[in-house]
Structures are given as structure tokens and as C-alpha cells.
Design a protein around this ligand. Structure first.
Ligand code: SF4
Ligand code: SF4
Length: 358
């Protein structure tokens, strides 16, 4: 049977209150209350946006959804995990400060922001998945311990996976530091002939894996953790990578970590995906005012993370009149790898029924 994906048109220009109300409309239409029980510790998985990023989904847009959880007498908390690359969100203190600055706090939403995985992302639980790439995955302990999950994703492009949405929110976004490193270990980057020896990548590398030689920079593969930060910061195309070969492994590993994050909670999770301010790169970029790659579309909601990502991809490609790799410019990436692998390992179904609300 096809998974139900609920959809309502929405745009940033609607304003935060209207967007919040529309999300509640989806919550009620999809009867998502059934996923949550009184006294549940409910993880509201969000992305608070990098410091400086202003295209992430704003905290007040989630107000209505959180009120619904509070009405159900769950014990919800906002959460995310620390990132690998140099950023204020690299540790829980900096992450908390950025979350607070962007309104993901008690004052705005009535519930606290708690970094899953602890101060430096080492609080984790190994979860057995027995999949093609990973036999076990490492998930932030608070994600494993909570009883239910409301995962709120912002659909964007992504330099490693082409698409970042529900599956990536679960897989990368709920993984511990070790889990993230395991996923990124699929990447193998080298410095090519376009390197100008500017040194920016070496300054940003969290593993001190880059040294500057006579002609170009060099990556020590034994130290490299595959975070792709050098790729993100190099403005000269100096960092090279075989996306076609290795992007698939990364995406499969993300899907397998998503399975681990959801293990035992398949009936206790709801997914919301905001298809607004859809940018080429994800909310981890500190760049303000990143341009949209398509016009705002709306909000999706489902209990199936695979179905919601497939529906989002279809809507975006229909709106943009092109495939996502062309819309993002990441033409060597195929966003279907994560979706198809997620379906194969039993995370959900690509067969969906889109139910549009007025
Ligand atoms: S790879 Fe790029 S960022 Fe690194 S030194 Fe060369 S030009 Fe600079
Ligand atoms: S060299 Fe490796 S660890 Fe350093 S920034 Fe690049 S991908 Fe990350």
C-alpha cells in the first residue's frame, strides 16, 4: 500500500504564523497524534541554521507543531547533533548559543534545546542494523533513549548527497561524532592542479590533514576524516573527488544510519519537510541570503521518511522543470541513491499517495 504524504502549499511570504498554522493543519489531517503518547520524551529534530545562515526554517514556524505535542502531554525537546567541521556548532556550548540566537529556545517555543550526543558528540549508542555498508551504526544516545521523534527537515541541495531532507536529517543529523565520521569515511579527497596554495583549506581542516607543499596543498589520507570541509571552502576547485563512485557509498551509509536512528520507533515518528527557501547548499553554510533554486512550494508531512523525500524530490523537479542535480549544479551526484537504498533496507517506500490540503 502506498504511503500517505500530506501536502499544503506554503511560502516564506505567508509569514511565520501562517506557516506554523499550515503545519498544524497537516499534523491534524495526517492524524500524527497517534505517533506520540503522554509522557514520551519526544525529540523534535531540527536544524537551527549555521551562525550567519538566514535561509533555514525559522523557529516560530514550528510553534504550532510543538503546541500539539504539548497538548498530548509529551515531554518534547528541540535537538540536533554537533557538526564535525569548524563551526560554533562543533560543541554543545556553541551549538546551544546559535540555537538560542535563532530562537530555538524556551522563550520562543516553550521547550528547551538539548544537544543529542553531549558536549562533544561522544555520547552514543551502537545500534545493530546489519546492512550492506554498516553492521552497526552510532547514534546520539538521546535519540536512542527518546520514545518518539518529530523530525522537521528543510529540503535543500547538498554538496555530498545532492539532496538533504528527511533521510539525511535522521542519518547524519542523529549520528554521534563517530557515526558521522563513519559516514564521511566513504569520501576520499585529493588536491588537484587548480590549487593556488591559498591555504584556506588547511586553516579549516578539523583533522590537521592538509599541508601546503611547493606547488599545491596535500591531504594526508591517514588523518583525513572525509568531512568535505576543504571542498566546501576552496574557491578555486582545487579539491577533487570522485562523486560518482563515492557519493553512492556516502548516501547508502546515511540511509543505514537513518535506519539505526529510527530503530524501534517506526510507529513513533513523524516527518515534516519544508520546501521553502530551497537553496543549492544546506543550512550548515554560514552564507546569508543564499539564492533559491526554485520557488517556494509548501510543506509535506508523513510517517514514512522515504516517501516524503521522494515526494519532495518530485515536487521540486516539477516546479524547477529540471532534475535536482541540474537545479543544484551538483551534476555528478544522484540523489536517488539514498532514497532507493533506504527503501531496500526497509526504512520506507518510494510508492506514495500525495494528499493535498487546501
Ligand atoms: S586546495 Fe583550494 S583552498 Fe586549499 S590551498 Fe589549494 S586553492 Fe586554497
Ligand atoms: S582534508 Fe579531510 S578532514 Fe581535512 S577538511 Fe578535507 S575532508 Fe575534512
Amino acid at each position: 500500500m502506498a504511503s500517505k504524504v500530506y501536502f499544503i502549499k506554503a511560502a516564506v511570504s505567508d509569514g511565520e504564523k501562517v506557516i506554523s498554522d499550515k503545519a498544524v493543519k497537516l499534523f491534524k489531517a495526517g492524524k500524527f497524534a497517534k505517533c506520540f503518547a503522554e509522557k514520551d520524551f519526544t525529540a523534535v529534530k531540527v536544524h537551527v541554521g549555521e551562525d550567519g545562515n538566514n535561509t533555514h526554517i525559522k523557529a516560530p514556524c514550528m510553534k504550532g507543531l510543538i503546541k500539539e505535542l504539548l497538548k498530548l502531554k509529551t515531554r518534547p525537546f528541540l535537538t540536533d547533533t554537533n557538526v564535525l567541521y569548524p563551526s560554533p556548532r562543533h560543541d554543545a556550548i556553541g551549538h546551544y548559543k546559535v540555537a538560542d540566537k535563532h530562537g530555538f529556545n524556551l522563550e520562543t517555543l516553550g521547550i528547551p534545546f538539548i544537544v543529542a550526543g553531549g558536549l562533544v558528540g561522544t555520547s552514543e549508542i551502537a545500534v545493530e542494523v546489519n546492512c550492506e555498508i554498516n553492521k552497526e551504526v552510532y547514534i546520539a544516545s538521546d535519540i536512542v533513549w527518546c520514545h518518539s521523534i518529530l523530525a522537521v527537515a528543510h529540503f535543500t541541495g547538498h554538496l555530498g548527497t545532492c539532496a538533504a531532507a528527511a533521510i539525511k536529517t535522521l542519518g547524519m543529523g542523529c549520528a554521534s561524532r563517530r557515526g558521522k565520521m563513519k559516514q564521511h569515511a566513504a569520501l576520499s579527497l585529493v588536491i588537484g592542479d587548480k590549487c593556488t596554495l591559498c591555504g584556506v583549506c588547511a586553516k579549516h581542516c578539523p583533522a590537521d590533514a592538509i599541508t601546503l607543499g611547493e606547488i599545491k596543498a596535500h591531504i594526508d589520507q591517514d588523518k583525513c576524516i572525509g568531512c568535505a570541509e576543504c571542498l566546501a571552502v576552496c574557491k578555486f576547485g582545487g579539491v577533487e573527488y570522485d562523486w560518482h563512485e563515492e557519493g553512492e557509498v556516502l548516501q547508502k551509509s546515511i540511509a543505514e544510519h537513518a535506519l539505526g536512528a529510527l530503530k524501534g520507533k517506526q510507529d513513533k515518528a513523524a516527518f515534516f519537510s519544508f520546501l521553502m527557501s530551497i537553496t543549492k547548499d544546506c543550512d550548515c553554510f554560514d552564507t546569508p541570503n543564499m539564492p533559491k533554486i526554485v520557488d517556494d512550494i509548501g510543506i509535506l508531512a508523513s510517517t514514512d521518511p522515504v516517501a516524503i523525500d521522494k515526494a519532495a524530490l518530485d515536487l521540486i523537479e516539477a516546479e524547477g522543470g529540471k532534475k535536482l542535480p541540474q537545479l543544484t549544479g551538483y551534476t555528478k551526484l544522484n540523489p536517488h541513491h539514498q532514497i532507493e537504498h533506504a527503501e531496500q533496507i526497509g526504512l520506507g517506500s518510494t510508492d506514495y499517495e500525495l494528499i493535498e490540503l487546501d
